[in-house]
Design a binder for this molecule. Structure first.
Ligand code: XMP
Length: 395
């Protein structure tokens, strides 16, 4: 029998549904659903509790993957839920173009997200908003790692005062694997249950640094092209992110690092190149957030570097003080083009810590071939940094 904390799952679900009924009474609820397992389970439980008095909405922020909204709507409808789509993409784009700072982008996103929901709550005459916040979301936000788009009360924002609705978060004390257990018990389709997590701010936090529509368009295009290949990586989460093309770099610290890599792995000498990314990326040191640089490394025998990734990752924090991430360039660098792509893949069960899997060089090469069809892309990297010291996303 599956258990969540000390309870049998059946008892756990019954208690959740009863408490939802008690809280909601005879009022109406708006559910913000994205098609991820967390928001789907939260919405479905609420639907089991109060039936059609829950109005489910997908907010089209413009940052979902191509075709995703329609796919999610039809999956949710196959479970019996009625789902509305609200297109807010213009509002999101207009407010975010030109913004570069990760936290500023996240905070603007959060504001627009809740302003939009507040408007819909009012239009639907609802009193509550239900959302699928889980424990790591608020732990990382209150811990100052990053502002998750779906955390309010835990950081002292009172939604009833600011937005005019009360918040219900039925899963707030659970972790992803427990939510997946609930989804299994509730017979939620496997496609949703086992779906890789996708951050609420979506591709916004994967257009690293300054937000431009062209960057987003290129990333959306690439994400579609590479989706099947990315799914072949043995990972809990795998995705692409886009950056401005990094420049070659060197410094005393970097030379020391290269020497140490050579000592430990035997890889180095002529043909070993280093690249500095312009953007800062998020990471974790101790319990707090860091926002610093990523170093790209290149060696003509890419597979040798990939196989030595764990040793390289161990060495770099001891020597490189400005960098929180290391990524191996897996393409032959080409001079033209304005953007670079990073392939990110991690293995984890709780998403609080994560390791990076070794990926077969042929599979990486296939991804590179797809990505490089877009002439705007000039370099492709595979990020080898675990969490910590990196985070899974870049912002
Ligand atoms: P990080 O980057 O914090 O990611 O190591 C941990 C997990 O959380 C996802 N993530 C988010 N999910 N809203 C979400 O719903 C967010 O703002 C957000 N930021 C990160 C991330 O994709 C990973 O699975």
């Amino acid at each position: 029998m599956m258990k969540i904390y000390d309870k049998n799952i059946e008892e756990f679900v019954d208690e959740l549904i009863n408490s939802l009924r008690k809280i909601i009474g005879d009022k109406y609820v708006l559910a913000a659903v994205s098609g991820g397992v967390d928001s789907t389970v939260a919405t479905y439980l609420t639907w089991l509790a109060v039936g059609d008095r829950v109005k489910a909405y997908i907010i089209d922020t413009g940052f979902m993957r191509e075709g995703e909204i329609e796919k999610v709507k039809s999956l949710l409808e196959s479970m019996g839920l009625q789902v509305n789509i609200y297109d807010a993409s213009e509002l999101f784009y207009n407010s975010l173009i030109g913004k570069s700072d990760a936290e500023e982008k996240r905070k603007i996103f959060r504001e627009l997200f809740y302003e939009t929901l507040a408007k819909l709550v009012k239009e639907e005459n609802a009193d509550f908003l239900v959302q699928g916040t889980i424990a790591p979301d608020w732990i990382e936000t209150t811990g100052g790692i990053k502002t998750q788009h779906n955390v309010l009360t835990q950081i002292g924002i009172k939604p009833e005062l600011k937005y005019g609705f009360n918040l219900i978060e039925p899963l707030a004390n659970l972790y992803k694997d427990q939510v997946r257990m609930l989804a299994k018990y509730l017979k939620i389709p496997e496609e949703i249950r086992e779906r890789q997590p996708f951050p609420g701010p979506g591709l916004l936090v994967r257009c690293v640094g300054e937000f431009e529509l062209e960057k987003l368009k290129a990333l959306k295009n690439m994400t579609v092209l590479c989706e099947d290949l990315l799914m072949k990586i043995d990972a809990s989460q795998s995705f692409l992110a886009i950056f401005k093309k990094p420049r070659m770099t060197t410094s005393k610290e970097i030379s020391d690092f290269i020497k140490e890599v050579k000592n430990i792995t035997g890889i180095g000498g002529r043909g070993f190149k280093t690249f500095e990314f312009y953007e800062r990326v998020t990471g974790i040191k101790g319990d707090s957030r860091v926002y610093s640089k990523m170093l790209g490394i290149y060696y003509k025998e890419v597979d040798l570097l990939l196989r030595a990734k764990d040793e390289i990752v161990k060495v770099f924090p001891k020597i490189l003080k400005k960098h929180t991430r290391i990524a191996i360039m897996v393409s032959e660098p080409r001079p033209a083009g304005k953007y670079a792509i990073a392939i990110r893949a991690v293995k984890t069960s709780d998403f609080m810590t994560a390791s990076v899997p070794y990926v077969d060089i042929k599979l990486l090469q296939n991804i590179v071939d797809e990505v490089m069809k877009d002439k705007r892309i000039t370099q492709v990297y595979y990020d080898i940094t675990p969490k910590p010291p990196a985070t899974i996303e870049y912002e």
